[in-house]
Every structure is written in structure tokens, then in C-alpha cells.
Design a protein around this ligand. Sequence first.
Ligand SMILES: [Fe+2]
Length: 210
Amino acid sequence: MLTATTQRVEDGQALRYRFMEMEDRYRKQALAMACALISLVDLRDAYTGGHSSRVASYARATALRLGLPDGQLDKVVMGALLHDIGKIGVPDHVLLKRGRLTDEEFAHIKKHPELGWMALKNIEDFKPISLIVLHHHERMDGVGYPGGLKGNAIPLGSRIIAVADSYDALTTDRPYRTARTKQQAIDELLRCVDVQFDSRVLAAFLDALD
Ligand SMILES: [Fe+2]
């Protein structure tokens, strides 16, 4: 009797380990798939190469400071990796243009959050991530795009990516300007707090940056 009970406990533990192994494998595969997808965007626009992985790294550190549980943290990191995936659908003459964009060209660029959302929303496990991608250019004052969402109506993951994305854009060279210093970028983010960025998220980001 004791042997049979011990056997059942061992079987249960073996099953749990097997399940954890499968879950770990699934998470790694999903992450690898996200990296593969975003490398396609990086291939088209070498100038921003590495941008998505840096944004993912900043977003992860910020989400950890905010105390997000593991499941939510994974979604934020995945959303950060994939936030610009929709740029695959932006025409070359717009995406690769080094000068100032016309209104019509900028309208093309503004479609990328929706294009990314459309690509991801039909994958069952990626639904919450697709919403994070959709809203990563919203602003706290409600004049962002595409939804014009305001304040806490913007998914937290999108608010985190907005800060991480802007910081990385400011601190890297662009065709139209050289990179700002770390302090200049921080000053710029602080100037836009509550207007563009969530103050709680920005505080966590700056904390993580230290
Ligand atoms: Fe974007």
C-alpha cells in the first residue's frame, strides 16, 4: 500500500517536472519566434537594428521595478520585442527615407501599430500582446494614436514600452540628428511626464536605469 502511494507521488512529481519542462520550452520557442520576426524589420532598416531588443531590455527592468508578476512580465517583454513588427508593412520609400516625412508619409508610419496588432491578434496566446503592440504610441493626454486612449485606459505594457522606446530613440544616432546624452534624454522624458508618459512608469524606468 505504502509502495503504491509512494509510486503515485513520484508519478505526480514526474508529471509536474515534465509539464514545467514543456512550459519552459514553449516560452523559449515563443521568444525565439518573436526575435526571428523582428529581425526581419531590422534587416529592412539597419539604422534601427537592435532597437527592439534594447527596448525589451528596458521594458523588462521597468516591469520588474513595478512588481509585475511573471506572466505579465513575459507579455510586456514580448510586446516590447514585437512593438514595431508592423513596420514590415510600411513601404520602403517611407521607412528608409532619411529626410523629413510629408504628412502622407507620416500617415503610413502611423499605421504600424495596427498592422502589428492585425498580425498578432489571431494567435490565441498573443492576444494580450497584440493589444500592447496596438497602443504603444498612445499618450497620457489622449492625443496619441491609433485609439487616442487616455491615462490608465492605455494598457500598462504599452505605457512601459512608450517610455523605453522614447529613451532608446533619444540615445541612439538617427539620420537627422546625433544621439542625446543620457542626462539630456532623461530631461526630455521628464519634460513630457503626465502629458506623454505615465509618471509611475517613468519613475520605475529611471530607478531601473540607475
Ligand atoms: Fe512604434
